[in-house]
Write a protein that binds this ligand. Sequence first.
Ligand code: FNR
Length: 369
Amino acid sequence: PPLDEILNLHDFEAVAKAVLPPKAWAYYSSASDDEITIRENRAAFQRVWFRPRILRDVTSVDWSTTILGCKSSLPIYISATALGKLGHPDGELNLTRAAAKHGVIQMIPTLASCSFDEIVDAATPGQPLFLQLYVNRDREITKKYVQHAEKRGVKALFITVDAPQLGRREKDMRMKFVDDGAGAKVQENQKDVKKDQGVARAISSFIDPSLSWKDIPWFRSITNMHIILKGVATPEDAILAYEAGCQGIVLSNHGGRQLDTSRSGLENLVDIVAALKTKGPWPNPNFAVFVDGGVRRASDVLKAIALGASAVGVGRGFLYAFSSYGQEGVERAIEILRDEFEMNMRLLGARSISEIVPEMVDASALRSH
Ligand code: FNR
């Protein structure tokens, strides 16, 4: 369908499913084992209800914010999703260019199809970018990569901590990996690549399962970028991250692609915020809490913010947008979300992000399952 008939982010998913080659659809849409967690990621948002406030003069509303010191036109960043060229010949550059035009922040994946430098070169001067990091068994490679990123102006390092081994995404595993040029360019030192068990396994053999809390000071010693741990799921680990001197965490289950039947980030948010409140000021200007997983509507984002998130990450929403319509699809997705923010904030009675408070949601049913 023509792009102007796309009315919401779900529509992109339907188009992507119809137009993508089976291998790409399997890699993008799959989640681990029985795909319970990916389902819960969506369902959790539907168990939080709004408590809208009325008569507040909502003529002008402002949904812009600051994420890790960087201006963002939306309280959303583009989360890292690997292998953009499986979906579109321009791969991740679709996101970079759309993000530049609309003032949104992109997190570059370690396993991007385009090289890191191609992506940074496509950005406009001063465009804020984050980097997602898979840590290599060969720490020299990781050190060079991180320091190069900092030199090129990347603002924050999101270390993925929920993937010491990739989950079994069985839809993907049924496909054979054929290197047709979409493969990741950055970590070409991979040895013993297994090509008979899907895309994910073929590209991830370099990831170091020995990564531990002891490595955090080393990261601190090699970079001045903000360090965020992506994939935290418990108050215990949230506090360890805080005490280790990280600048934030992402409550994430990797889009349901790692440990199946782990709780959604939204469900974990309430307990984690409560735990962090015992450790310091709240909201804490030096420690950000992000959520990702299943976000498809501005209303989802507003719920997460009300419950204490600084901003949220969106993965498949933008991935499906560029898979079906390239850069224009991503731009349309951003515009749709912007319109949804305007309407939902007016209806909720919040004129700015700071006016979105816990009292605006009823989360009593969130953990009743
Ligand atoms: C991901 N995600 C991911 N995360 C990460 O840290 N490194 C990676 O390489 C990838 N790759 C990746 C590929 C694909 C196809 C998907 C769908 C996801 C996880 C991603 O950053 C984010 O946590 C989830 O996508 C959020 O859930 P939604 O928005 O996809 O529902």
